[in-house]
Ligand binder design. Sequence first.
Ligand code: AMP
Ligand code: MG
Length: 418
Amino acid sequence: MTRDVRMRGFAERVDVEQVDRLLASGCLPLPAERVGLLDSVGRVLAEDVVARVNVPGFARSAMDGYAVRGEDTFGASEYTGLPLTVIGESYPGRAFGGSVGEAEAVRIMTGAPIPAGANAVVKAEVCEERGGQVWVREPVAPRKNIGAIGEDIRVGDPVLRKGRRIRPQDAGLLASIGCADISCVRQPRVRLVITGDELLAPGSTPSGFSIVDSNSVVLRALAARDGGVVLPYELLPDQPERIRDALLAGDADVVLVSGGSSVGAEDHAPRLLAEHGTLLFHGVSMRPSSPAGGGRIGKAWVFLLPGNPVSCLCAYEFFAGPTTRALGGRSRAWPHRRVRAVLARKLSSEVGRTDYVRVRFEDGRIAPLATAGASILSSTVRADGFVIVPRELEGMPEGAEVEVFLYDDEPRADAIGT
Ligand code: AMP
Ligand code: MG
């Protein structure tokens, strides 16, 4: 694998599925770390969470009304109000200190503790209070309108399982059972190694023969989407020593090398990876992104992403994305929303090659925009999503139903007719 392939081309290319299997087999979630409750949404639990308290921890009123002994209200009706003596009140956080006896009532608010002696709450709507007495016009059965201890969560309940990606309401529940922090899978640290003598930093105006680096802009967003934490980075010239130093920096779990991944004279990354680590694959039968590669240096997973912007995006999605997600304890599966749609035009491909085809909705059907054109980033901007044509297919005919991966998570505000 250490042979220098520069200017000689790829002898053979591996299949996307082979690479995927290789990556999947060697990739385990990173170790756990404690994460503060307020930062926990979106993080992946590293252990089961079991409740150590009851919620609620006390019997509480489910209504605004009067805490009573239910049996004292039997016989009450619209026409025959039964009078009870109001002996106090109970508010959330401010309990009534005494006890409710026969023919007595305590004014009570939703969420307030049920006073001793009471066993039901009669709702305010059927009561009328005047002169220290409340006239109850509807009977209430014992236990009615009372939230029992542990009705929400009981001590010992497994409330969230290991591997769970924490939702807003999950974090809320963690708060309610008294968690201050929880054990989560550490987020993978992602280093971008953006190479190319021709590159200007994002934000620059392209001039002369220089172009503005767009890959880092795309990659940092994709890595963040997949739960990665992007480390500070700089643009590097096509100098082997500089690229080697970046590869060996040793602070990342995932290294994304943009550019110089192929077999050109300035393509140093594959050789450097083979020399200082392991080049696990290089050259994939896919379109775009065929010059992609990857391997390991120390514990880090290194991905060689071709510089052409669509190739870079596509190689990230096929190889680096699943790895980043898996390291962070998430699913390797593509995170895109999927819909099934009918092809408006035939889609040609080649047996033995996996294609990443940008597609767009046209009158409710799906039209292929581009398979080739690895340098045409605008094809991904015009597209609503993409279709993956597996290697065993020669293409797909017009009218075929295909699975479309959507670029947008939510319906688009600018979409017509939605
Ligand atoms: P390379 O993979 O280095 O051979 O680059 C292939 C093509 O992608 C060349 O036209 C590069 O100028 C272009 N390219 C390389 N890096 C980037 C980048 N970071 N952003 C946008 N285009 C790039
Ligand atoms: Mg280059």
